[in-house]
Design a protein around this ligand. Sequence first.
Ligand code: GAP
Length: 524
Amino acid sequence: MADKEHTDPERMEKIVSLCKRRGFIFQSAELYGGLNGCWDYGPLGAELKKNLKAYWWRKNVQERDDIVGLDGSVLTHQAVLTASGHVGGFSDPMCDCLLSKARLRADQIPAQCGTAYRYTGAKEGDWAVEREFAVLLKEGQNENKARKTARQYYAQFHSNKSLSPKAIELVGETTTEETGTTSFNPENGSLLTEPREFNLMFKTQVGASSAEDDPNAVAYLRPETAQSIFTQYKNVLDSTRVRIPFGIAQIGKAYRNEINPRNFTFRSREFEQMEIEFFCHPDDGMALTDEWLERRLKFYEEIGLPRTKLHVLDVPDGERAHYSKKTYDIEFDFPFGCQELEGVAYRTDYDLSKHQEHSGRPLEYFDEETKEKFIPHVVEPSAGCDRTALALICEAYDEEELTDAKGKTETRVVMHFHPRIAPIKAAIFPLLKKNAEQVRIAKEIQASLQPFMTVFYDETGAVGRRYRRQDEIGTPFCITVDFDTLGENGDALKDTVTVRERDSMEQERIKISDLLNYIAERVR
Ligand code: GAP
């Protein structure tokens, strides 16, 4: 059973700091104070994400003959998202803190108990304001705290901005006892506005000369990659040889104007999804949903997320999207709690039926063998690329206490990425940078590996320090060219190098001519 409450903020802080220090993830527009909810992947983060996406594509498209790929546009026609229900319904309930103006998701406010101090207004000299306000005090808090907060609230309506809130007299104080209320900001006790629905889509205008109010010029940045798969399903069917059951896979950006982006990249406003819409006969939907769940769990294990940290939530009736007959959430134990990585949903024929109805174009499938005509049902494994990358980073991070031969201890920071996901596959070192022959051979090795994988050449500092730098970014193999490579200690080891494995720190001697195969078969 997942322990949803368990968190480790200190570990998370170290991970966020390493991500910036070593170039995995930076805040977008950091130079200008940052763009909230948006992130830039640095050199190592870009490699990590590329490896993750390539493995997902390989497993789901390249190695299957019943799934094909798509790369749809991000800008999405208004009609598509009206048919799918996003224009009318893709919203979160939101409320604002009357004091701090912070915007909160109404459904994420914890139920609170305490005494609410309520006011009808405030006055100071000739000035008066009539507005209701309230402050929730938890048991044991002093009533003066409520009054201080209320005065701060009313002071914002006074024309004299330098007036001390202490000068303001509160009007009509009453108190009520509250249990399980969600009407107050848990941070400061201030009353919140009533929840309002807030559409999460980013709207934009298409075309230079579009009139602002021209409905034909309205487009949206897609909130999920799925819709272009549904709207192109017929074109894919007509232009390829796929037959039901078959899937269309897509990796791409999606955009949601999230009310509270949080937990580093976990909830962002711009993020990448890896989605499959698997089209099937209505009789097969339920069984395929279970099959996909197992396949997806296996995928996560294959990239290094242990099964013990993955949890399956069978989303109960009433909590699933209205169109879904079955949904499993795959959750992972992040340092900030157990949270969703992917949803595996049985979407029935909802989307294709809606697009058929709104477009007026037939989207039925005709089965040549059975002569049956039907709207295909859909099973959708929908994964977040950024969330998975974050899970990989969180899982990989480790601090090990090492003791050397002289009894001196040090902490080794190491990222235990699975080699197939690691940003850099191998680092190549000449033992001595002043030894021209060692440098020449190391560079030759680098050039021979580069067409096949991302490698790194490093000649600065002691070899031990070079190892530590690579451990910290998760490079699984370090190759060192030394005096044995040159044949200076006899012919037996000539043209061999040491390969040091990151996790065990053990070294073996490998022939230079075997290096490519040795590494390639371990990072595949
Ligand atoms: N087509 C179905 C769909 O979009 P979803 O549960 O809203 O379903 C699927 O999103 C996955 O996309 C989530 O499981 C998560 O991994 C990722 N995702 C959704 N919103 C996200 C956000 N704001 N930031 C990062 N990833 C997000």
